[in-house]
Ligand binder design. Sequence first.
Ligand code: NAP
Length: 290
Amino acid sequence: MQLLDGKLCSEKIRKEIKKEVEAIVAKGGRPPHLAAVLVGNDGASENYVAFKVKDCAEVGFDSTTIRLKDTISEQELLNKINELNNDEKIDGFIVQLPIPKHINESNIILAIDSKKDVDGFCPENVGNLALGLPTYISATPNGIMELLRRYDIETEGKHCVVLGRSNIVGTPIAVLMSRNSTPGNATVTIAHSRTANLKELCLSADILIVAIGKTEFVTADMVKGGAVVIDVGQTRVPDDSKKAGFRNVGDVDFENVKEKCSYITYVTGGVGPMTRASLLQNTLKAYQRG
Ligand code: NAP
């Protein structure tokens, strides 16, 4: 078994981006600028945004965090988005999800200018993804594809089973894996909570991508020998032995599954760091598109 090391790959990507930023600045240009809108005080969201700010600093991007109270109205948030859409100093921005329940998430995503939608969530960018046109591919699926590319994983003609059909992970990764590209050209099956014979389906997978948010759901008896396993899942489980009071647990029973597969990601050093690196790539792209 070989670990697909997202931490290592993402470090390389950050170094590549940093070089590009240095070249831009050396020629007198301003650095790319990412803004993150954080509504409320959700602990996980606070962490994600803090990581994004740290990543920006590391590669030489400017970043701005916009903190809004969780009592903000939908209209006030829409006004903020409109401001960011029109702010020439901001190349791309994200609204950290989830947002409070009284705000309609779709309305917020629809309001983001597709040229600045570095999360790749808005309909125009999702549509371009489906059509194979240039777009911002949302960070997690893009990170997974980059990981497969950098490890030269053979995907053509393979059976790829994707567990989960969310708009941000399962559906876009299924589209990307089935595309006529490298990586890609896989025969893809999307599974979800209503899928029958899930175990048999997983056992037929050469590449198994799991994004369901159910801790250690995929066990060794569900995995074909020699399969490539990508664990997207990341669930906080209380753990008093950790300084933070919790640990992140994946959707795959890593300790037992790793014995069976050819390649596997580990919850904290796999897809997560690649997702962060992809957001930087999208921000650089937004800057270059102008
Ligand atoms: P989501 O929107 O909650 O979607 C979960 C999907 O899993 C749904 O399609 C659901 O099916 C399916 N599902 C749930 N239980 C299932 C079961 N028992 N069998 C088969 N399918 C099942 O989740 P998400 O946003 O895609 O996130 C999934 C996981 O990835 C979470 O742990 C999240 O924290 C993690 N994540 C990690 C990163 C990262 O950077 N590492 C990024 C994004 C997400 P239905 O559609 O039928 O309900």
